[in-house]
Structure formats: structure tokens, C-alpha cells
Design a protein around this ligand. Structure first.
Ligand SMILES: *Cc1c(COP(=O)(O)O)cnc(C)c1O
Length: 412
């Protein structure tokens, strides 16, 4: 399959990687929590990692293993672990790899709940420095002797800042720091995490990957680029003969098994079905988003538009280099005298909802919802204005989206 195109590999991955029974093209959902061993020595060998197999549904099942194989294949990694949600993936990853006294450089522009989780990390004694990751110089300035990792998102939400990905990846490699990239906004058909030297990618499968707003999930993929034999937080018990497996083993055991945020077999199956149309969906969203961004940018009632596909976006040059398409998220500021709440009520096709990567176009007022817990100063630092609206552009016919905006703007 290696020399085939991305979509071809994607739609045939379940069949070819997972060998479903009876010639099925999907791996069947297997919801057994327990697994029988007719030879008792086998359960011992599986427990001790000497043989592959499933022992208990919290740690693994045929359904999660099948999805992990597909995700890993798409990223070109050496292994994947799935979780119940994106936040479960992020929190389990962080808690299983880092400890009090470690220092992590973290993007200033983070998904709100990740930002909130960093406060828990600080309470547990992990030291964090928040930096503007659109320029590698800020990462260099924050680097210290106890720095273990850099953590960032490819395209930030809601203001769409793009990280200086390759330069930061190179710097992490020089310093032998882990480079952890949340690539939720840019699924693997849009972004090659290995090309920017990411060590681990994290993704909310709830968003673009599954795409239909019907299932929650998260994943961590190890790209194979980091040398775990140099990472001193790996516990002795997880230092097996092959050091490339150490990181994922510890995330799997300490993160997934012990913290227990397991993806259900049914959810794993739903995600793998949604995934099959990833390229069709994201191509259409990216195309719609670029057109809506241009439409809004030229509208007299809009003060500013934030979208990496616009030539005047401060990191447009980075987005053009790293991504195939510019994503489905765009935000805009209405003129001061237009109330964002009233404007959202005037949109009829666009759904007022928090979520993103859905097939339907969604919008929400930013400052009063996802940034409600932040102070005015924090909002200003993140570039969030009081009358900002965030859009997640769907796959509708573009003319219908423009007509909905035209109709709404006409009321102000
Ligand atoms: C939604 C999101 C998450 C969290 O994922 P859930 O599946 O909602 O838990 C993490 N990071 C980013 C960038 C997200 O957009």
C-alpha cells in the first residue's frame, strides 16, 4: 500500500491492516471485556508483554486495536493509543510522561480545556512556560536545563495562529526535547507531522477525524523520531529490549490502563467509518472556509477576519508551507455596534453550537463562552476580542452559506 495515494490507503486500511473475518471490509465491533486463554501460559505471556493479545477491555480490544492500526498507518508512525476523548488523550499523555520538577514549554494559544488542564499540571509541580509559538525564538528564550518537552497546536483556536512548526521541531531535536503536537485542526491528509520532526501527535478524533458530531475520541501517535532511551522519566519496568516502544508503553500502561479513559469498541468503530471520508470532507470544508473568509474580509460590517488562508494573515507563509489547505476554522470580529448574540440569532442555516470539524457549519460567540473563565487580560493576550465569532465551516453548498450571511447582515 505504501506507494498508493492517501485516500486509497485510508479507505482500504481497515481491510488490509486488520484482516477482518469472513472477507468483511470493516473490523467487526468486539465488545467483550474479557478474553479467554485456553492455555494458561498464554495469559502470563500476554501480561508480561512476551506475546501480543488482549487481556481486559480497559487496556485494549479488537476494535480499539483496529482503529489504532489505521491511525498509525495514516501518520506513518510506530504505534498509536486511543482514548475516550481528546482531553483524555492529552491528560493521560501528560500525566504518564512528566513529573514534578519537569519544565514544559507550552503554547500560549491553547484549546481552552487544555489550557485549563495545564493549571492542574502546575498544581502537581510541573513547571510550565507559556510562549507565543509563532516564532521559534520565544521557545529558545524559555528553554531551561529541566525542559523536557514543547507542547503546541498546529493551528490555534479561535484566532488561528500558526506555530513555527519546523523551526521548533528542529530546535527540539537539537536539545533532545520531546516535541508534542496537537494536530486536531490539521488531520494527517493536511499535515505531515513527521516532516516537522514531531515526536508525538495528539488528536481529538471527535473533530475532523470522525467528522459527524456523533462520537468522542482521542489518540496519541508516536512518530518514531524521538529516542526514548534518553528520556529519564521512563520507569524501569517499561524499559523493554526495544527502546522505540518505551514511550508508548508507558503511555499505554500509566496513561490508558491506570487512568482508565478507554475508547469504547462502538466509538472506535464509528470513528473508523467516519474517517473514510476524511479527505472529501476536509477538502470541501477548506474550500468553503477560504471563500467565506474572503467574503467576510470584504464585508463592510466586519472589522477583522482570522484565517490562515488569507494573504494578510501573519503566518500565511507558514500555513502555505506546512498544510494542504488552510483548515475549517475561521474567526471574525463584527463592527463594535453589532451585538454578536443578535447576529448569531439572525443566522438561520449556520448552527449556534460549540464543536468543530462537523459536516455542518457552526458558530459561537467566543469571549462569553469558551473564554468565559479567562480574565479580560488573558483574552487580550490570546487575541480574543469581545465581539468575536468563531466559525467551524461545514460541507454545505457554499452559496447557501453566503446567502445565510447576506440575510443576517441585512438586519444590522
Ligand atoms: C476539541 C479539542 C480537544 C479536546 O478533544 P475532546 O475530544 O473534545 O476531548 C483538544 N485539542 C483541540 C485542539 C481540540 O479542538
Amino acid at each position: 500500500m505504501k506507494n498508493k495515494g492517501f485516500t486509497t490507503r485510508l479507505v482500504h486500511a481497515d481491510r488490509l491492516l486488520n484482516n477482518p473475518q469472513y472477507g468483511a471490509v470493516h473490523q467487526a465491533t468486539s465488545n467483550s471485556v474479557l478474553f479467554e486463554f485456553s492455555e494458561a501460559q498464554d495469559i502470563v505471556d500476554v501480561f508480561q508483554g512476551k506475546k501480543l493479545g488482549h487481556v481486559y477491555g480497559r487496556s485494549s480490544s479488537g476494535s480499539t486495536a483496529a482503529l489504532q492500526n489505521i491511525l498509525n498507518h495514516l501518520e506513518g508512525g510506530i504505534g498509536a493509543v486511543t482514548f475516550a476523548t481528546g482531553m483524555a488523550a492529552i491528560s493521560s499523555l501528560m500525566m504518564s510522561l512528566f513529573k514534578a520538577g519537569d519544565h514544559i514549554i507550552v503554547s500560549h494559544f491553547l484549546f481552552g480545556n487544555t489550557r485549563s488542564f495545564t493549571e492542574t499540571m502546575e498544581l502537581l509541580g510541573i513547571e510550565l512556560t507559556f510562549v507565543d509559538v509563532t516564532d521559534v525564538q520565544n521557545v529558545k528564550k524559555a528553554y531551561k536545563a529541566n525542559t523536557k518537552a514543547v507542547y503546541l497546536e498546529t493551528i490555534a483556536n479561535p484566532v488561528t495562529q500558526v506555530a513555527d512548526l519546523r523551526a521548533i521541531g528542529q530546535y527540539c531535536q537539537e536539545q533532545n526535547a520531546l516535541f508534542i503536537v496537537d494536530s486536531t485542526m490539521t488531520p494527517p491528509n493536511m499535515f505531515d507531522a513527521k516532516s516537522v520532526l514531531a515526536s508525538l501527535t495528539v488528536s481529538s478524533l471527535t473533530k475532523y477525524m470522525s467528522g459527524h458530531g456523533n462520537v468522542l475520541g482521542g489518540s496519541v501517535v508516536d512518530t518514531g523520531l524521538y529516542d526514548w532511551s534518553t528520556f529519564d522519566n521512563i520507569l524501569d519496568i517499561y524499559r523493554g529490549t526495544d527502546p522505540s516502544l518505551w514511550g508508548l508503553t508507558q503511555i499505554r500502561k500509566r496513561g490508558l490502563r491506570d487512568m482508565g479513559a478507554t475508547l469504547s469498541p462502538e466509538a472506535a468503530h464509528d470513528i473508523s467509518i467516519g474517517l473514510e471520508t476524511l479527505v472529501l470532507r476536509t477538502n470541501k470544508m477548506n474550500d468553503n472556509a477560504l471563500r467565506i473568509a474572503n467574503y467576510l474580509q470584504n464585508h463592510e460590517k466586519v472589522a477583522a477576519v482570522y484565517y490562515p488562508g488569507l494573504a494578510n494573515h501573519p503566518q500565511h507563509y507558514l500555513a502555505r508551507e506546512y498544510f494542504q489547505g488552510y483548515g475549517g476554522i475561521l474567526s471574525f470580529d463584527l463592527l463594535d455596534d453589532i451585538d454578536p448574540i443578535a447576529f448569531l440569532n439572525a443566522l438561520k442555516l449556520v448552527i449556534c453550537a460549540t464543536h468543530l470539524g462537523d459536516t455542518r457549519t457552526l458558530a459561537l460567540p467566543v469571549a462569553s463562552t469558551i473564554y468565559y473563565e479567562s480574565t479580560a487580560k488573558q483574552r487580550e493576550e490570546m487575541g480574543v476580542s469581545d465581539n468575536m465569532i468563531r466559525m467551524s465551516i461545514g460541507i454545505e453548498d457554499n452559496d447557501d452559506l453566503v446567502a445565510d450571511f447576506e440575510n443576517a447582515f441585512a438586519q444590522f
